[in-house]
Design a binder for this molecule. Structure first.
Ligand code: ZN
Length: 352
């Protein structure tokens, strides 16, 4: 069996994927046209320079083009603005589930960003959107054994109060499969300290907590996610490589990183041509899992991320990272056991 087919068939767990970042370009264009919204978002306070470049002619091939992390966030916001009705969420959930099955995903914890949805559509009934997505995922669960849970992302840029409101919202959606909170957005300008209360509130009510850190800011931000937010997993976390003590802290606590290689190159978190720090982190004993972040926007998929690791660190490392993701997930023990069994069975069948 070839390496690409082996990686395609490998049973996978997906821990860091933003639902809004999975919207296919053609779907985004049709939603934007239907709701009469532009495919670029420019806050009125932005200068022409900050506003991102303008495309002469927008099509499915270039609608997700951007030149910097700031521009990427504007593209992400534009997609959220095109999601206006609960039915839209139903559509993208179905498309996500199809893609997850094509990647042999057994279990996924996907990020949703209701605070961004509400920013654009204050009247949106978030619970109805999540209900509709739950119904889609339950159908796929019954038919194909795919399990999908939600993590509500708090957006740093909206500040502490908004974060606490989003935690309350997440708590009200637990019966629909919301199992935790995350923290995304502008890491450099909105540090972890602002969100300590929101994270404590979530934890006190039994929600899991994860946080993006060490992507747009340095190793100190990873340390803050661990010590101030007590996050159970770190999104990206790759800039921990800048501080041996932070790497050792991650390794000692066995706090997994959700590493998204393509995303890191596309957003500039890792410079073009530079080796990805995942090997150094791995050698230092940090637990690594592999993810896509925003696969449609970054023109990638899970299989491709595993192929990147296979090419730079070898197949056993790629397989070990896939196995790490089962343990790093928030699945209950019986489900984890079922996933371990399926994983081992696949190895035994393929490798004989
Ligand atoms: Zn992310």
């Amino acid at each position: 069996m070839s390496v690409p087919s082996f990686l395609r068939g490998l049973p996978k767990v997906e821990l860091h994927c933003h639902l809004e970042g999975t919207v296919r370009p053609a779907t985004f264009l049709s939603l934007a046209a239907r709701h009469g919204v532009e495919t670029r978002y420019r806050p009125s306070s932005f200068s022409a320079e900050q506003a991102g470049f303008v495309l002469e002619r927008v099509d499915a091939g270039n609608v997700y083009d951007f030149r910097s992390f700031a521009e990427f966030l504007l593209v992400f916001a534009a997609v959220c603005r095109s999601l206006k009705l609960p039915e839209d969420y139903e559509t993208i959930a179905g498309q996500y589930a199809e893609e997850a099955l094509a990647q042999n995903v057994m279990y996924a914890e996907i990020f949703i960003s209701p605070s961004v949805w509400l920013f654009f559509h204050p009247q949106l009934e978030v619970s109805l959107c999540v209900e509709k997505m739950r119904a889609v995922f339950d159908r796929y669960g019954a038919q194909y054994g795919l399990t999908v849970k939600f993590i509500c992302d708090l957006t740093r840029n909206f500040g502490a109060e908004s974060a606490e409101r989003t935690v309350q919202l997440a708590l009200s959606l637990q019966h629909l499969g919301v199992i935790g909170i995350g923290l995304g957005g502008d890491e450099a300008r909105y540090p972890a300290e602002l969100f300590a209360r929101a994270f404590a509130l979530a934890r006190a009510h039994g929600l899991h907590t994860v946080a993006h850190a060490g992507e747009a800011a340095g190793a100190h931000s990873v340390r803050a996610a661990i010590e101030v937010l007590q996050a159970e997993r770190i999104g990206h976390g790759i800039r921990a490589v800048e501080d041996a003590e932070v790497m050792d802290l991650l390794a000692r606590k066995r706090l997994p990183l959700e590493v998204c290689p393509t995303s890191n190159y596309v957003t500039g978190a890792v410079k073009a041509g530079a080796p990805h720090p995942l090997r150094e982190l791995d050698e230092r004993g940090v637990v690594i899992t592999l993810d896509t972040d925003d696969p449609a926007m970054f023109r990638t998929n899970l299989e491709r991320e595993y192929a990147i690791v296979e090419a730079c660190a070898g197949l056993p490392t790629a397989v070990r990272f896939a196995r790490n993701a089962i343990e790093a997930s928030f699945a209950e023990e019986s489900l984890k056991q079922a996933m371990r069994d399926r994983f081992e069975r696949y190895g035994a069948e393929v490798l004989g």
